[in-house]
Design a protein around this ligand. Structure first.
Ligand code: SF4
Length: 245
């Protein structure tokens, strides 16, 4: 999935987003989880002047403290507000009394329950009423993303989902960040290669998979939070039936 020429993948993504910008109507959202990919997607979306763009992050209340500073850096750099979507207070209280601080590591069910309360439900609430949502996901990031497409229908949220960086490699992302002087999450310099909640993310060693530090105690096939369905069957829809706007 790696692109031979970084400029090619940028132009492909830009052309795709210009086409989307010309035909989509109504509010659209970009999920930003402080990954380098999300910052690249945000930069291109701003450059193609996508209208009614709302940028948000899922602030699970379990993020690394460094991300508070990076959040402000991103807002200042792009001159935007990034909305923080928090879990429901009562549901979070129930979750914490059931699991304690690290109960999400006890079983797959416990972990998915935590992700549902802290991520999936706030995401569903935020996406309600939107025309589409953008992500910075790449197909080569993990086995759970290998068959993703640039445009999909997200059955879970009943919404068009657009993945403009689908065929970018990690090198493409890093090159774009450098060439455009974009802000970088300080956790990358500490050895993280994919950033999630603090209890569920560790640094990775040389040669390890980029997402090996996410939910590292689980099988790679399960390493998604529930916001992203994990295979084509679950998200399959004939793209010719998708209507924009
Ligand atoms: S990544 Fe971990 S802490 Fe964050 S919501 Fe999922 S289980 Fe909970």
């Amino acid at each position: 999935m790696s692109s031979e020429n970084g400029a090619d993948c940028f132009h492909r993504s830009k052309e795709f987003l210009e086409c989307i910008a010309a035909c989509i109507r109504g509010p659209v959202a970009l999920a930003h989880s402080y990954q380098a990919e999300d910052t690249v997607a945000l930069d291109i979306l701003i450059k193609v002047r996508i209208k009614e763009l709302e940028v948000f992050t899922l602030d699970t209340n379990r993020l690394f403290p460094e991300l508070n500073v990076h959040h402000k850096v991103l807002e200042d750099f792009f001159g935007i507000t990034i909305k923080r979507c928090h879990p429901d207070t009562d549901e979070e209280r129930e979750l914490e009394s059931a699991q304690g601080e690290f109960g999400m590591r006890d079983s797959l069910e416990a972990r998915r329950f935590c992700c549902r309360v802290r991520k999936v439900k706030p995401l569903a609430n935020f996406l309600r009423g939107k025309s589409a949502w953008f992500t910075g996901l790449r197909a080569s990031q993990s086995v759970t993303r290998a068959d993703m497409r640039i445009i999909e229908y997200d059955k879970q949220f009943k919404l068009i989902k657009l993945n403009p960086l689908v065929d970018w490699s990690e090198d493409d992302v890093n090159r774009y960040i450098k060439e455009n002087g974009l802000p970088v999450n300080p956790l990358y310099a500490k050895g993280f290669r994919s950033i999630g909640c603090a209890p569920c993310t560790r640094t990775v060693k040389a040669g390890e998979d980029i997402r090996a530090g996410r939910w590292w105690w689980e099988n790679p096939e399960n390493r998604e939070c529930g916001c992203m369905v994990k295979n084509r069957r679950e998200r399959e829809q004939d793209v010719s039936t998708i209507k924009l706007g």
